[in-house]
Design a protein around this ligand. Structure first.
Ligand SMILES: Cc1ncc(COP(=O)(O)O)c(C=O)c1O
Length: 370
């Protein structure tokens, strides 16, 4: 038998697949009571009923291919963001797009820059493309934005070989963000031939006054790519729809490798309907804001350190007891996300749930914290 692994491209041979956390389907089947799933930053308020109805209606045409152009959704997004539809690329989730950027713009001999504690997909994307990943150190633990992106360090990591920089604002798993002013200074200093990807998967949840989306900077910076997703605030994670906005020429190049029918018909229909249901979006974002603060305060009252967060999750330090607490909560049907893969083995990431979810989490925590 030949060694099949050795047939893979060198970058892929060295790769470890994305870790999606626990096998939730198996856990759900085995659980005596409904699980409290707070490990994947999903939206506990559920999708817009209008979006769900649109997805179901799209199933009447399940026998035909979806619109390969995603024209209706692109036009709706173009209107919402005040950009030309030629600036928009749709993805099967933003994960697909993040991978595609490295596939198209980085290769063997090139470098890709990301931050320590940045979202795991950036490293996967770089490695899969055969490029070398340069990790810039994050801000130190004792800082206003503990473990957040250090824009000066990211700038310093850019070399003549750099093709791409990935940043998330706010970031997963730290929940931290950087200010609009700091990002503008950073971007102005990045060489024009280096593409900067700003991943705004959690942008809708932000209320920090110093934050701003990078979208308005697109007009001035043709090397900027901004990604968004319908998985988080729009609560459509199961339908897999994300998008990028960038210079039309960047989009045109990316289109060459896009799988023709990458976004399915229920996803296209649901995403368009979700955009129209602004009341549902606002209610979920408001609920998250209240519960995020309440949960952070409740955790701090128990002596736990939670990083400042502008997302729908909190990164919480449990120290040496982390593995024991995670296992004890799991035994009580409460799923959190271990962070060992990020080099944060002393932390767990907790999705902010509804008031009831958070009450159940805290009750379970009180049983296991000694
Ligand atoms: C920072 C960040 N970017 C992108 C994604 C990918 O989201 P999706 O592929 O569902 O659009 C996630 C998912 O958790 C994320 O946390």
């Amino acid at each position: 038998m030949i060694e099949v692994q050795s047939l893979a491209q060198p970058g892929i041979r060295a790769l470890r697949a994305y870790d999606p956390g626990h096998d939730l389907v198996a856990l759900r089947r085995a659980a005596p009571q409904p699980l409290l799933e707070l490990g994947s930053n999903e939206n506990p308020y559920g999708a817009s009923p209008q979006a769900v109805r649109a997805a179901i209606a799209a199933l009447d045409s399940a026998h035909v291919y979806p619109d390969p152009l995603g024209g209706d959704l692109k036009r709706a997004l173009a209107k919402q963001h005040g950009v030309d539809a030629a600036r928009i690329l749709l993805g099967n989730g933003s994960h697909e797009l993040l991978m595609q950027f490295a596939q198209v713009f980085a290769g063997v001999g090139d470098e890709v820059v990301a931050s320590q504690y940045g979202f795991a997909v950036y490293a996967l994307a770089a490695q899969a493309a055969g490029a070398a990943l340069q990790l810039a150190p994050a801000l130190p633990r004792h800082h206003a934005m503990p473990r957040g992106h250090d824009l000066d360090a990211l700038r310093a990591a850019i070399t003549p070989r750099t093709r791409l920089v990935y940043l998330a604002n706010p970031n997963n798993p730290t929940g931290t963000w950087y200010s609009a002013a700091d990002f503008e200074t950073f971007l102005a200093d990045v060489p024009a031939q280096v593409l900067v990807v700003v991943d705004e998967a959690y942008a809708e949840f932000v209320d920090a006054p110093d934050y701003a989306s990078a979208l308005p900077l697109l007009a001035m910076h043709p090397n900027l790519i901004v990604t968004r997703t319908f998985s988080k605030a729009h609560a459509l994670a199961g339908l897999r729809v994300g998008f990028a906005i960038a210079h039309p020429e960047i989009i045109a190049v990316l289109e060459r490798v896009r799988e023709s029918f990458n976004v399915n018909a229920p996803g296209l229909a649901a995403a368009e309907a979700a955009l129209g249901d602004t009341a549902h979006l606002a209610a979920g974002v408001a609920g998250n804001r209240v519960q995020r603060q309440a949960l952070a305060e409740a955790l701090r009252a128990r002596g736990l350190v939670a990083s400042p967060s502008q997302t729908n999750f909190l990164l919480v330090e449990f120290g040496e007891a982390t593995a024991r607490i995670e296992a004890a909560l799991l035994a009580r049907g409460v799923i959190l996300r271990p962070m060992g893969g990020y080099g944060l083995g002393d932390c767990l990431r907790i999705t902010v749930g509804t008031a009831d979810d958070n009450a159940r989490l805290l009750a379970a925590l009180d049983e296991v914290l000694v």
